[in-house]
Design a protein around this ligand. Sequence first.
Ligand SMILES: Cc1cc2nc3c(=O)[nH]c(=O)nc-3n(C[C@H](O)[C@H](O)[C@H](O)COP(=O)(O)OP(=O)(O)OC[C@H]3O[C@@H](n4cnc5c(N)ncnc54)[C@H](O)[C@@H]3O)c2cc1C
Ligand code: SF4
Length: 556
Amino acid sequence: MVGTGAGGSTAMKILCEAGLEVCALNSGPRIDIKEDYRGHRQVYDLRFRGFGNPLRFQGKAHQEPYSVEESEYSEGRDLFEHDIAYSNAPGTDWYWKRCKATGGKANFWGRSSARFGDIDFKAADLDGFGENWPVDYAEAAPWFSKAERYMGVASTIQNRPSNPDGEYLPPLPFRCIDFIIQKGAERIGVPYLPDRCAQLTVWHNQHPSCHYCGNCSRGCDIGAFFSPTWFTIPDAEATQHLTLVTNALVREVLVDENGMARGVAYVDRTSRREVEVYAKVLVLAASCVETAHIMLNSKSRHWPAGIANSSGELGKNLCDHLYGSPGYGYLPQLLGQPARPDDIADSTIAWMPRWQNLKNPREEKFIRGYSVYMGGGCGEFPGYYGRIEGFGSKFKRDIKRYYPTTIDALIQAPSLPSATNYVDIDAGKKDIFGIPQLRFHFQWGENELLMWEHSKQVMIDLFKSMDGELWGADDEPNRPGTSLHETGVCRFGNDPKKYVTNKWAQTHDVGNLYICDAGIFPSCTDKTTTMPIVAFTMRSCDHMLENFKRGVHQRL
Ligand SMILES: Cc1cc2nc3c(=O)[nH]c(=O)nc-3n(C[C@H](O)[C@H](O)[C@H](O)COP(=O)(O)OP(=O)(O)OC[C@H]3O[C@@H](n4cnc5c(N)ncnc54)[C@H](O)[C@@H]3O)c2cc1C
Ligand code: SF4
């Protein structure tokens, strides 16, 4: 197993529980709950007030700080990847944020967990663009249920055509602003409903319910939301079938005389020595583009263009969510109200699930659709500080004045698969361990930019309908990569000439090589990726175990 994030750790759990001996390699250190999670410290307890030592990236290959998830709370522990450089092709500005600790990004994720539906799986049938997924909702639904039952997802039954309902814990309570937004949205024909959020509103599978302390994005010190650190990794370790190796940066897949996977070669980050590990079956779950990076670097006489790449599709069709604020402002009717700690720990409490192109797939200028999350409420930190002008004591007074009133929208618009969006190896450049670097080629397409413009008009209408005051909108969308919901690059499908893996995430070319991350998703949807990664990993592992039973894979 390569990677112990949402995908890899789910596979570890299932395969260990089935009695297989699993060796899992993780590129960085092990998470230490006491050290790495925020543990109820306040920003004023920290030397740099939570912003971190400005000199901390000196000498690193990748010097940009990551967003909320990387901060002074976890500083000094080297949980995030700044040593491995990557390149951007001319005109590309991809922001590749990586967590190298065990558990990966889901230590700090936002927990939004909606199901995909046939509107996503069969989108090509509806609007004629691209290709359908190799599964339909009837086939995927039991796996979504299994994932939700395990993870614990809070929401309500909503009967919306774009968002199949699942099996839910009670929803997170609305903030004050949500009631006002909901009424305003209703007036302009836009749904505003509880999101599907993998945060425990009640005790669930022996995990405690949330006590609403705030700042989940810095890790939960009691395990009240799904994360590999609290859920899948301990479950796998309890079986005593797991060997977990940390600081093991996998460089390439090794092959046998027939071109099948024989194991991997990794660099031990501490000693800088190269080590080989052998396996009967190999699972790559290094997180979408990093899985493609390892595969593209796995060249041999059998696979001159990278392992399992006879289709030439490896690395192609990189997709992402376009993020950005199409509108922010405040609700004057809440000025002077008492400030209550009602932002419920920066969770995605409520959202506008996709409402466009539902009756007719081409009723808008763009195809498919987007969703919107609404931030606001009295969080610990006044994130709207950058939206207000001024300085000194008037600025401080304004911060306090607007505290319970502000709203900030976030669009989540899927990019369409495109031949010009892909990753490849930047042959001339190597990282500090001598591994050839990954290079991104990516631009936002016309379709997602039309969604961006559309959402700005929706926000103008919404602020009017709820008697709010719109301060503005972002000048342009966030940089590609910001959402952390990249998909594609190792897509699954039935035709070996067009897809890297079959419908079970088993590569067409190399029968003992599976992929358990969002790399297999053929297109991006208006929903987030993690719960589906868990669900599809459960499904792929079930198939793999069946293959062990049938003798397709050998244990010894
Ligand atoms: C702040 C934040 C908010 C988010 N919000 C949401 C949300 O609301 N909803 C949602 O669905 N998703 C959200 N996400 C995204 C979500 O976290 C990811 O989709 C998910 O964690 C991906 O899981 P993964 O296992 O594919 O990859 P990762 O979590 O990145 O795990 C990959 C693992 O592979 C290891 N690895 C990488 N390269 C190598 C190598 N060469 N050798 C060995 N090991 C390697 C890494 O150490 C890591 O452990 C958010 C993420 C963040 C950080
Ligand atoms: S708000 Fe709840 S889920 Fe978030 S860190 Fe606190 S206890 Fe954990």
